[in-house]
Design a protein around this ligand. Structure first.
Ligand SMILES: Nc1ncnc2c1ncn2[C@@H]1O[C@H](COP(=O)(O)OP(=O)(O)OP(=O)(O)O)[C@@H](O)[C@H]1O
Ligand SMILES: [Mg+2]
Length: 228
């Protein structure tokens, strides 16, 4: 069984009297432990694909499944639980909560799954330690550098020990040196912990850590090239 399996996926967005065909018959299977870079021109369907891979949305036609669960057959509550347990998200703009400390930001996803206070505080500190921020647990986002904010976001993505990390332009707001350290960290997590990593990126340096590059054009996969 593939970890993620999309078969002949069509995604249409209704727009007034018309319909936008964002994905037009897309096939993609991703195995556990892969690092996949998704590249393609603006409007080619990358974010739409990311929403399906992260169980944030369901296809108009075709099937999308995560660990054998067909997303279309799940209720909204079941989708929420599935993505809470299986997927960690990392965004270009970090999406941290400004009023909360680094530790509290990392604890948030654990609160949604009902972890006890002492357990989640301990785990949040351990995760921040793992991403090199053991000394920054009490800092708020505006008291951290861009690279440090993205590390907090990565620690948060790991909070519920997900199978998959989905990152949309994770280095897009960072200078190249800081971006390189973030990519190193993502690669290390994939290798050391077997996390499946899916990176949407325009950055050739980001694509270089991938074991496979998937290129999209007009809502379809144009080629899948093995890097290594
Ligand atoms: N909610 C929506 N309603 C209508 N059309 C949409 C919606 N979201 C995306 N689209 C359209 O679907 C197509 C694919 O959009 P998508 O956001 O997946 O592209 P992308 O590859 O992520 O582009 P970018 O690199 O600019 O982020 C585009 O033509 C876009 O205009
Ligand atoms: Mg996009």
């Amino acid at each position: 069984m593939q970890l993620l399996d999309l078969k002949d996926v069509v995604k249409d967005y209704p727009l007034g009297q018309t319909v936008v065909h964002a994905l037009r018959g897309l096939d993609l299977a991703i195995e556990k432990g892969e690092i996949v870079a998704i590249m393609g021109p603006s409007g080619s369907g990358k974010s739409t694909l990311m929403h399906l891979l992260g169980a944030l949305d369901t296809p108009t036609k075709g099937t999308a499944s995560l660990e054998g669960h067909n997303l279309k057959e799940l209720s909204e509550d079941e989708l929420v639980t599935l993505r809470g347990r299986k997927v960690g998200f990392v965004f270009q703009t970090f999406n941290l909560i400004q009023a909360l400390t680094a530790q509290q930001n990392v604890e948030l996803p654990m609160i949604f799954l009902g972890a006890r206070k002492s357990a989640r505080a301990e785990r949040a500190r351990a995760l921040l330690e793992k991403v090199g921020l053991g000394e920054r647990v009490a800092h708020r986002p505006n008291e951290l550098s861009g690279g440090e904010r993205q590390r907090v976001a990565i620690a948060r993505a790991l909070a519920n020990d997900p199978e998959i990390i989905l990152a949309d332009e994770p280095t897009g707001n960072l200078d190249s040196e800081t971006g390189a350290t973030i990519l190193e960290l993502l690669k290390k997590l994939s290798i050391d912990e077997g996390k499946t990593m899916i990176l949407i990126t325009h950055d050739p340096d980001a694509a270089a850590i991938a074991s496979r590059i998937v290129r999209l054009r007009d809502g379809r996969v144009v080629q899948g090239v093995r890097n290594a």
